[in-house]
Design a protein around this ligand. Sequence first.
Ligand code: 13P
Length: 253
Amino acid sequence: MSVRIPLIAANWKLHKTLAEAHDFLDKFRENLKLQDVDVVIAPSFLGLHSMAIALKGSPIHLAAQNVYFEEKGAFTGEVSPGMLHDVGCHYAIVGHSERRAIFGEDDTMINQKVRAVFKNSLIPILCIGESLEQRENGETEAVLERQLRTNLEGVVPNQAAKLVVAYEPIWAIGTGKTASSEDAQAGCKFARNVVDEMFNSDVSQSLRVQYGGSVKPDNARELLSQPDIDGALVGGASLDPIDFEAIVRGALG
Ligand code: 13P
């Protein structure tokens, strides 16, 4: 029997002013009693500080949507893992497909980021996933395995056990085309098996694997009931406090 607590994370991407972020928090927290589920919100960098203050003492944790791997120096425009830790962040999303495709982040850079995040006592939410073309060519497993093996190079087992992997098929992101629960389960299970081969079964049974890609209130429960899906990374539907709350409730069975 698995003891993994599901983790539902909101990735707000490039959305919400500070006022909108706080309005969301007020509405979202009104009724929700969080038990047996971890909730994480990833606002823009600019929202992290004031949201951390608003969430002090709350079980809701914060994630950064991105991070750089250097601690300090001449890296104009970048934010370090230490700075994120300092403002009260617990997690950092690393390797989102939008970072890979739009901002040219490669597997080597993502690996540097994963290691820097762990070094600063944060937990990476490492995103992996195949494109539609790769899926149609039957390359899904090869792509997921390559991403995991390169992105987790140099990570030690006690770090990997805390890792969150988000399996986000690129063709399902923002398209309304959710993966079937069978395909989502297969991708998450495959990722867990690769981690098992890379580390050991304690690690693969501890780490949480999320599914992401058009998760909505009406498909969350079925996706989250799959044995290897330990949570969701939610884009569009996380912008609305009522929809996001419904998705969180979907994790409660
Ligand atoms: P959507 O939920 O909008 O498809 O986005 C998924 C995603 O990219 C989360 O990181």
